[in-house]
Design a protein. Sequence first.
Length: 176
Amino acid sequence: MDKSIFTGIRAFVFDVDGVMTDGGIFADNEGNLFRTFDAKDAFAMRMASMNGYILGVITGGRSQSIVKRMAVCGVPQEDVYLGSRDKMEEFSDFCLRHSISPEEIMYFGDDLPDVPVIKACGCGVCPADAVQEAREAADYISPFPGGRGCVRDTLEKVMREQGRWKFDVGCYKNQF
C-alpha cells in the first residue's frame, strides 16, 4: 500500500450499510429498522472529529436513527444525507458546502451505488467484504469487513500518517 494516498485527506464521507454496519438490518413488526454499529469504528470517527476532520454520511437508508447515531460519532445532522439514490449529487453538495475539493475527501463504500464516488474522491476505501466493483474501484481495501473495524482501521492509518492520532480527554469530555 502506498501511504501517500492518505496525505491530503481533510474529510471522511461514509456509506452506512455494509461499511459502518455488517449490512444486516433487523425489522420489528411495526417496520422499525435496527442496525448494529462497531464501537471502535465510532470512536475513530470521534477521534477524527476532535482532530479537525470534516465528517459526512451519504446513505440510501432513510431512518432517523442513522442521524442520531452519527451525531454521537461527530457527524453534524446537516452532513447526513439520507435516502440517496444518486450519491454523486450529495457528494457534490458536501464538497460545495464545505469548500473542499473531491481530492481532499476519503469516501468509504461497499456496493454499486458507491462506485462513482469511490472513483471521484481523493481516496476511495472499501471493506474487505465489498462487492467486486467497489474493490476494483477502491484505492484502499481494508482487511476488515464492514461493521467490523473497516472504519477504525482506515481512519487510524490516515491520522497516524498525518500525525493527528491524538486523544485529548478534555476535548473528548467537552465534545462528546
